[in-house]
Design a binder for this molecule. Structure first.
Ligand code: F6P
Length: 420
């Protein structure tokens, strides 16, 4: 199997660990491994230049003699001994250096060494408009067939995973069209009649249904906790109130968990909007009580997608004005922004992508035209496979429930065990 991996949508910590795991597991299981730079955009642009002639990397040439012995169980499927490691160990990515005119790039063991500790996504990401068109997807299919790639791992949020499923569903028709246009041979069309796809959820928002955690969410939460620790000391010094706005798009997971771990006085999340006509009274009464029992500081956490029960957005600056005007609190707003998204992954954002990356390769190896595209998730601490489109549909249903003001349904779609 020739497999390629791409990262798509907003970056998240742990995406590099996914790439590393997929590449390493792929090679160990006898696959040829490729990365696609710049997400779906790279798939559409493909390779206009030939692969550079690369020398075997120094680390591969100098592999210690005992390497094979110490890792024998792990590497038994790797075709050592006839120079294949050198070939696999060099690829044409060459230490992360960008190669002009090449978006779909062969990689080996050495190319992804140490990637578990790097923030963002080293292979780049983009929100591709072209891939949303059939023309774009036709170009993407051609570029994959040209390189002989028959399996694709996509790491991104629900939009990126929907794109993956559309691509797979359309694949037979794209292949027929490419053959009819004379761009690929009959043999190529036959060999590529089926595209294997698997999705991994990379998103700081933790907004995907059917999985307990998305890759990057633990790191973002950790960053928020660190920020709260910093804010707490200055807030207590001045006896101030802080309104902290956190990311999460339409999902309140980051706000809620940050509130619990940082001791917030009041939290706004989109899935549980407060009553539009009384939330100001409720918030002020709650914070007044906390002040009366001796708290020197106040922390209100607001998810960027926070709304009231009439679906009106609740803005941090407005909350600040309410606290200032009604409680007389000296209040500041802090918007954490992209500091939540970047930086080195915490340990769990290395463990989760590694386990899920291995599972992704196994799912691809077992994939047939009749099996659905899987999303790799985690439920109750077990790595699981769920049909990708079911997870995406359930995620979309949360937004629909919120729009219909059916907030209990939204909560139970996020958490099937939710009880009022
Ligand atoms: O989905 C991840 C996320 O960071 C959201 O929390 C946020 O709303 C959005 O992406 C910001 O996206 P960008 O700044 O990349 O356009």
């Amino acid at each position: 199997m020739k497999l390629a991996i791409l990262t798509s949508g907003g970056d998240s910590a742990g995406m590099n660990a996914v790439v590393r795991a997929v590449v390493k597991a792929g090679i160990l299981k006898g696959c040829e491994t490729w990365v696609v730079r710049e997400g779906y955009e790279g798939l559409v642009r493909g390779n206009t230049e030939a692969a550079p002639k690369s020398e075997p990397s120094k680390t591969s040439q100098n592999l210690p003699a005992n390497y094979r012995n110490t890792n024998i169980n792990l590497i038994q499927n790797l075709r050592f001994g006839d120079g294949d490691l050198l070939k696999d160990g060099t690829g044409d990515f060459i230490g992360g250096r960008t190669i002009k005119g090449r978006y779909i790039v062969r990689v080996g063991f050495d190319d992804v060494r140490g990637w578990f500790a790097e923030g963002g996504t080293l292979i780049g990401t983009a929100r591709s408009k072209t891939f949303r068109t059939r023309e774009g997807r036709l170009a993407a299919a051609y570029n994959l067939v040209k390189e002989g790639i028959d399996a694709l791992v996509v790491c991104g949020g629900d939009g990126s995973l929907t794109g993956a499923d559309v691509f797979r569903a359309e694949w037979p028709e794209l292949i027929t069209a490419l053959h009819a246009e004379g761009r690929i041979s009959k043999e190529q069309a036959e060999a590529h009649s089926h595209l294997k796809i698997v999705g991994l959820v990379g998103s700081i928002d933790n907004d995907m249904s059917m999985t307990d955690l998305t890759i990057g969410a633990p790191t973002a939460l950790h960053r928020i906790c660190e920020a709260i620790d910093n804010i707490n000391s200055t807030a207590a010094s001045h006896s101030r109130a802080f309104v902290l706005e956190v990311m999460g798009r339409h999902c309140g997971w980051l706000a809620l968990l940050a509130g619990v771990s940082g001791g917030a006085d009041f939290i706004f999340i989109p899935e549980r909007p407060p009553p539009h006509d009384t939330w100001e009274d409720e918030m002020c009464a709650c914070i007044h009580r906390h002040r009366e029992i001796g708290k020197r500081k106040t922390l209100v956490i607001i998810a960027e997608g926070a709304i009231d029960s009439n679906l009106n957005p609740i803005h941090a600056d407005y909350v600040k004005d309410v606290l200032t005007d009604r409680l007389g609190l000296d209040t500041r707003v802090t918007t954490l922004g992209h500091t939540q998204r970047g930086g080195r992954p915490v340990a769990y954002d290395r463990v989760l992508p590694t386990l899920q990356g291995v599972e992704a390769v196994e799912a691809l190896l077992e994939s047939t035209p009749d099996t659905p595209s899987y999303m790799i998730g985690v439920q109750e601490n077990k790595i699981i496979r769920v049909p990708l489109m079911e997870a995406v549909a359930m995620t979309r249903a949360v937004a629909t429930a919120i729009e219909a003001k059916d907030f209990d349904k939204a909560m139970s779609l996020r958490d099937p065990e939710f009880k009022e």
